[in-house]
Design a protein around this ligand. Structure first.
Ligand SMILES: [Zn+2]
Ligand SMILES: [Zn+2]
Length: 98
């Protein structure tokens, strides 16, 4: 039998045999799978794009997207302003293709 521990999320009263209770684990998976629906991301993206300059090639006359310096798939922080820069479409594409 597995010992139950409290869920590690702050103020969560539930016990679990894993790290988090089912509910918190589910919302965590959701954030990881759909990071671009997160309000934090939407706000950060708007801020980065407002700067108006591609971080990689310096273009100011192109449509800009927000780009992760370290991709989330490689362990990058999705919502850390230090890990998010503006990138024009071609730079963003090129980096994704690499
Ligand atoms: Zn919990
Ligand atoms: Zn660019």
């Amino acid at each position: 039998m597995t010992a139950l521990r409290p869920c590690i999320e702050a103020r969560c009263p539930r016990l679990t045999s894993k790290t988090r209770c089912q509910e918190h684990q589910r919302s965590r998976d959701y954030t990881r799978n759909r990071p671009y629906q997160n309000p934090k991301w939407i706000r950060l993206r708007a801020e980065v794009v407002k700067a108006g300059r591609c971080h990689w090639c310096g273009a100011t006359d192109k449509r800009l997207l927000a780009d992760h310096v370290i991709p989330i798939s490689q362990g990058g922080e999705p919502y850390d302003p230090a890990n998010v820069v503006a990138a024009c479409y071609s730079c963003n594409r090129r980096r994704v293709d690499e």
